[in-house]
Design a protein around this ligand. Structure first.
Ligand code: SF4
Ligand code: SF4
Length: 106
């Protein structure tokens, strides 16, 4: 097993995609910036209720809508669609994301 590596031409530089692996819900402020930069639909904003459980919500919902949640956090809904661009982590003001290479068969 080796990490997935791409070679970029014409420079010929190697690039190892960094796939999203986790989002720290304790740090996340639910600002939605990472959701907006991800062109792959990987991420989903969820409410967190008073029992700490995730509650589905639509982007644009807020507490004034009477949502049944205490706060909003970003979650990884479709990790299989991540292309490892790292844009979500670069824009996050709270450094919530963990990224890593993806192993492939030799
Ligand atoms: S690394 Fe790129 S594709 Fe993957 S979740 Fe972040 S922004 Fe989306
Ligand atoms: S950019 Fe960071 S703080 Fe904002 S919703 Fe995404 S993970 Fe949370």
């Amino acid at each position: 097993m080796t990490d997935l590596t791409l070679t970029l031409h014409p420079q010929g530089r190697a690039w190892v995609p960094q796939f999203v692996q986790a989002i720290d819900g304790a740090r996340c402020i639910g600002c939605g910036r990472c959701f907006r930069v991800c062109g792959r639909g990987v991420l989903a904003l969820m409410g967190v209720d008073d029992a700490g459980q995730h509650v589905p919500m639509a982007m644009g919902d807020d507490e004034e809508d009477g949502g049944e949640y205490e706060k909003k956090v970003m979650t990884i809904a479709h990790p299989e669609d991540c292309i490892g661009c790292g844009a979500c982590g670069r824009i996050c003001p709270k450094k919530c994301h963990t990224h890593g290479a993806r192993a492939v068969e030799d």
